[in-house]
Every structure is written in structure tokens, then in C-alpha cells.
Design a protein around this ligand. Structure first.
Ligand SMILES: NC(=O)c1ccc[n+]([C@@H]2O[C@H](COP(=O)([O-])OP(=O)(O)OC[C@H]3O[C@@H](n4cnc5c(N)ncnc54)[C@H](O)[C@@H]3O)[C@@H](O)[C@H]2O)c1
Ligand SMILES: N[C@@H](CCO)C(=O)O
Length: 348
């Protein structure tokens, strides 16, 4: 059976959940026809660790926050990202550091270094895809590497591959969705009477929120996702700055209660639409939805996206939009796509 060597860049919630799956559920990967070995980890907090024969995941997963890899064979307290990405014996670089909605760094550099070295990249990080997707895909092609990012839009719920593969023969006119688990969770908890700050703290505990939750609440997380959907599925060349964005930070508990009393729910809606002139416009804004709207019933960290098609009308997909293990699954599906690329030379 093929063994793929992985380098985990970022050892936070998502990559720890992936490491846990690799440690506890090897049968899941065996069923896909390969096994996974983690040969390198880097993280701002832990430093870096490279062990060619495979890192003992039980040991590193048991390390408390505040500890670092110095003292372990091949370990250092410095996060030597560039050295690890370029020189470790990894076949696949798993990028799950924090998302910068401004310039995508440091993740953009991580992805560039890996692809330029001919290594495959899987990532849940929206920044590189939304801000430099075209360039990075070209770099992947140039270096015969695979660049996979299914988890960048709706965590483990398949959206990009589903639309690319299953909507063949349909014309896509637009997409509309609830694309942020944290803000949707927060709005639901405000309906239950919590204050905004209390609800955000709960979302952080569940592992839904970004490192800086203002990205979730202020709409910049959804802006990146809308740009990805528009560019990947509608053939646009949108920069996230071109997506008009308003978050939920100004929505008050009174407004939430008032809407409920009127049979409505506040939701943060991201959309991208192809106009009659062919131009794609996109926005993120809060809206009150009546109960009969297809997105009104989407609660908690669940997300949903409606694809507006010419022959079927709206096709809506819903599922987890955030969560550590749910997002780690996106990486599993991406690694399976890399395997298919390696074996067939094609993207799936
Ligand atoms: N958690 C989710 O539900 C979810 C869902 C979809 C996508 N994502 C994306 O996945 C990525 C990881 O999410 P997470 O929940 O694991 O975040 P996290 O904050 O738990 O972990 C990120 C880790 O990256 C490390 N890091 C930050 N900058 C670094 C650097 N320069 N070098 C090395 N390490 C660095 C941090 O120390 C931290 O341990 C983010 O980009 C996020 O937007 C998360
Ligand atoms: N913080 C994001 C993670 C998924 O991208 C959310 O809450 O949706």
C-alpha cells in the first residue's frame, strides 16, 4: 500500500483533529488505498519537529499548550516553516495556519514554497485560495503538483468538487448561502437570549471561530468564501475587496428578538450572481428571512449554499460549516484527491 508522508503546517484545532484521525483510524485511510505518516510538524507555539521515519502522534498530541518540540529528536522551539516545507521528506504539505483576510500570509508563502518544490498541498485556509487562487493553481500545474482546498468554503461539507463534478451540463447563474458557522451559531444563541460577546465565546470554545473572531462577525471570512465560489464556480476573477461586505456586528439582541416575534430570523448571507451582461457581482450582508426561505431553517454551525441553475432551479446543499473534526475531514477528502491525481494524473 502507498504511504504518503505529510508535513503539518500549523498544529491547531484542525491539524490536531487530522493527526487524531491518522492515529486512531488507520482503517479509514487503508480503505482509500493508502496510509499516512506525519514526518514534520511546525507551529508558531510548538516550534518544529522533523522525524523521517514518522512522528509518534500520541506523544505530540499529548503535549500541553506552552510546551514545545525542543528536546525531541529533530525538534526545535523555532517554527522553521520554510526549511520544513522545502526540505522535509513530505510528499504532501497540509497548510492549516491562521487565515489572513488581508494578504493571506503566511499561508500564501507556505503554499508557494511547497508547490515550487513540487510538493502537493492540501489546505483549509481560505486566504491563499481567495487572494491568489489563480496564481497558485498555475504554479501547481507548472510543477506537476496537486493543490486541493475543499475545506476553504464549507468545512468538510463538499461544495467545490460537488458543483464542479455533479453539475456537468448545467449552467450556474449564481450562488447564495450561509457560509460562516460562527456567525450563524452566534445569531442562534442571541435568539436564545445570549449577548453577542457570550455567544462568540461559546463559538470559540467549540473551535468554530477564526483566531480573530472579528473575521467571522465582521463578514471578512464570508467575503473570502464568496470570492472563492465566484472564481471557482462562476468563472469570475473577483478580488475579495470587490465583494460588498457588511457583518453582523451591528445587529442587536433587540433586533434579533423583534425579528423572531415577526416570524423571521437574521442570517448572514453571502452571494454571487451573474448579471444579464455576464458580469459577476457579489455581496455579504445580514438579512431577515421569513420561515419559508430555504436558508431560514439553517441553525447552529451548519451552513448551506444554494446553487441557482438553469435547468434545475435552486439546488441546496447543507452540512457542517465549521468544527475541528469536520474540517479535518475536508483534508482527508483532499488527500484522496491528491492520491487520485498521483495515480491518474487528473484532478477529481
Ligand atoms: N476550525 C474550523 O472550523 C475551520 C473550518 C474551515 C476552515 N478553517 C481554517 O483552517 C485553518 C486552521 O484552523 P484552526 O481552527 O485549526 O485554527 P487554530 O487557530 O486552532 O490553529 C492555527 C494554528 O496555526 C498556528 N500558526 C499561526 N501562524 C503560524 C505560523 N506563521 N507558522 C506556524 N504556525 C502558525 C497557530 O499557532 C495555531 O496553532 C484556518 O485557516 C481556518 O480559517 C477552520
Ligand atoms: N471560522 C469559520 C471556520 C470555517 O471557515 C466559520 O465559523 O465558519
Amino acid at each position: 500500500m502507498t504511504t504518503y508522508n505529510l508535513a503539518l503546517i500549523g498544529f491547531g484545532g484542525v491539524n490536531r483533529a487530522l493527526a487524531t484521525l491518522i492515529r486512531d483510524e488507520p482503517h479509514r485511510f487503508a480503505a482509500l488505498g493508502f496510509e499516512l505518516r506525519v514526518v514534520a510538524i511546525t507551529d508558531l507555539a510548538f516550534g518544529s519537529l522533523v522525524q523521517e521515519e514518522g512522528i509518534d502522534l500520541a506523544t505530540v498530541l499529548a503535549m500541553p499548550r506552552g510546551a514545545n518540540f525542543e528536546g525531541l529528536r529533530g525538534g526545535s522551539s523555532e517554527p522553521r516553516n520554510e526549511e520544513v516545507i522545502k526540505n522535509s521528506p513530505a510528499d504532501i504539505v497540509v497548510e492549516a495556519t491562521f487565515t489572513s483576510p488581508v494578504d493571506g500570509e503566511p499561508a500564501v508563502s507556505h503554499v508557494r514554497w511547497a508547490l515550487a518544490a513540487g510538493k502537493h498541498v492540501v489546505t483549509t485556509n481560505k486566504g491563499p485560495v481567495a487572494l491568489h487562487g489563480r496564481e497558485l493553481n498555475a504554479l501547481a500545474k507548472e510543477n506537476s503538483a496537486s493543490f486541493e482546498y475543499e475545506g476553504s468554503v464549507m468545512s468538510g461539507t463538499p461544495v467545490l468538487r460537488l458543483a464542479q463534478k455533479m453539475f456537468e451540463g448545467l449552467q450556474l447563474k449564481g450562488v447564495q448561502g450561509i457560509l460562516n458557522g460562527t456567525s450563524n451559531y452566534v445569531l442562534g444563541r442571541m435568539e436564545a437570549g445570549l449577548r453577542l460577546g457570550e455567544a462568540i465565546a461559546e463559538a470559540q470554545e467549540h473551535g468554530y471561530a477564526e483566531a480573530d473572531p472579528t473575521a467571522d462577525i465582521g463578514g471578512s471570512d464570508v467575503r473570502l468564501k464568496v470570492a472563492i465560489l465566484a472564481n471557482e464556480l462562476l468563472g469570475a476573477s473577483l478580488h475579495p475587496d470587490e465583494v460588498d461586505t457588511i457583518g453582523i456586528q451591528e445587529i442587536t439582541s433587540d433586533q434579533v428578538a423583534q425579528a423572531l416575534a415577526n416570524g423571521q430570523r437574521w442570517k448572514l448571507i453571502g452571494e454571487a450572481t451573474r448579471g444579464t451582461d455576464g458580469k459577476i457581482t457579489a455581496s455579504v450582508r445580514p438579512a431577515t428571512l421569513t420561515a419559508d426561505h430555504p436558508l431560514a431553517g439553517i441553525s447552529g454551525a451548519t451552513n448551506a449554499v444554494s446553487f441557482e441553475t438553469d435547468l434545475l432551479g435552486a439546488v441546496t446543499v447543507s452540512g457542517p460549516g465549521a468544527g475541528r473534526t469536520e474540517t479535518a475531514y475536508a483534508l482527508v477528502s483532499d488527500i484522496a484527491a491528491v492520491d487520485a491525481f498521483i495515480n491518474g494524473g487528473v484532478h477529481v
